[in-house]
Ligand binder design. Structure first.
Ligand SMILES: Nc1ncnc2c1ncn2[C@@H]1O[C@H](COP(=O)(O)OP(=O)(O)OP(=O)(O)O)[C@@H](O)[C@H]1O
Length: 281
């Protein structure tokens, strides 16, 4: 059922030339012994320590851990928004020195990530607006496809404040899709919506993963959600966060909100993840 924490060699240490070691150059994401410390001296806070793992293209990886474990810190280093204080992150074989090519991020707080004065379609088109590489007719097609993929065809002219929370998060997801990302980072994206809406959004994410052939890293507090969605669940310890276990999730496909959650393997996995998180307190 489980793969224990990746060893240094399997996570892929950097080669002598400074590039990722052979065999991991094809990884969508390679986290190479990454640590991050906020502040210095007496006020230093070690958020994550020596994290090492890789993610293959099109894999769906959930990241869970106790509150304050450093999940967001890890995601921010993957997004190139934070530079690790030790180690390096590689995205599609390129070492992160800033925000990597082909990456998009979706946050929990959709109300702050959408621009209230722009219509739905203009919010989705926003990342393309400054791009000289995408001609206008193509932009329109990309926006229409993204809105259709998230089930918001017909809502193009509405404004975010005219939509429910779940619909606003769909707009935020469509905007991420407009980047045509190969890597999608999601930080507790469904924490602010009700349980039923959440289930719909979970299934939406699984469908867009297949349709857009993306690699997804998904931070969540919800243990059931982490197992339901993922090919692997990474369990982090309390801070400074280390990798407690890298769990492979093998469940019948396609996943289904009722039958998957009734599957004895699902029930066993969620219990295992819960014990690891509670054990790390
Ligand atoms: N900019 C910052 N400066 C100093 N400390 C920070 C900063 N950002 C986060 N931290 C600290 O680093 C630790 C990890 O924070 P992080 O937000 O990554 O954890 P998390 O696992 O995502 O938390 P949660 O589960 O509560 O969402 C926390 O103790 C937090 O207080």
């Amino acid at each position: 059922m489980t793969d224990t924490s990746l060893s240094r060699s399997s996570a892929g240490a950097a080669s002598a030339s400074g590039g990722p070691a052979a065999g991991v150059a094809t990884a969508a994401v390679l986290v190479d012994h990454v640590s991050h410390t906020y502040g210095r001296g007496d006020s230093a806070h070690h958020a994550i320590r020596d994290l090492a793992f890789s993610v293959q293209p099109k894999e769906f990886v959930s990241i869970v851990g106790p509150s304050g474990a450093g999940k967001t810190t890890l995601l921010r280093t993957l997004a190139g928004l934070l530079q690790p204080t030790e180690g390096a992150v590689w995205v599609n074989g390129v070492r992160n020195t800033g925000v990597p090519e082909g990456m998009a991020m979706v946050f929990q707080d959709y109300s702050r990530s959408l621009l209230p004065w722009l219509s739905v379609e203009r919010n989705v088109a926003f990342p393309l607006a400054g791009s000289h590489h995408v001609p206008k007719p193509e932009r329109r097609a990309i926006v229409a496809e993204a809105l259709e993929a998230v089930g918001l065809k017909g809502f193009e002219k509405r404004y975010p404040w005219q939509l429910s929370g779940g619909m606003q998060q769909r707009v935020a997801i469509a905007r991420a899709l407009a980047y045509r990302p190969k890597l999608l980072l999601m930080d507790e994206p469904f924490a602010s919506v009700d349980a039923q809406t959440r289930e719909g959004l979970e299934d939406l994410v699984l469908s867009i993963r297949d349709r857009y052939e993306m690699t997804i890293l998904f931070v969540t507090h919800d243990i059931d959600e982490s197992v339901y969605l993922a090919d692997r669940v990474l369990v982090l310890s309390r801070p400074p966060a280390t990798l407690v276990e890298d769990i492979r999730v093998v469940l019948a496909e396609p996943r289904d909100q009722i039958t998957t959650r009734e599957d004895p393997e699902f029930i066993q996995l969620r219990g295992h993840v819960a014990r690891l998180i509670h054990g790390s307190h």
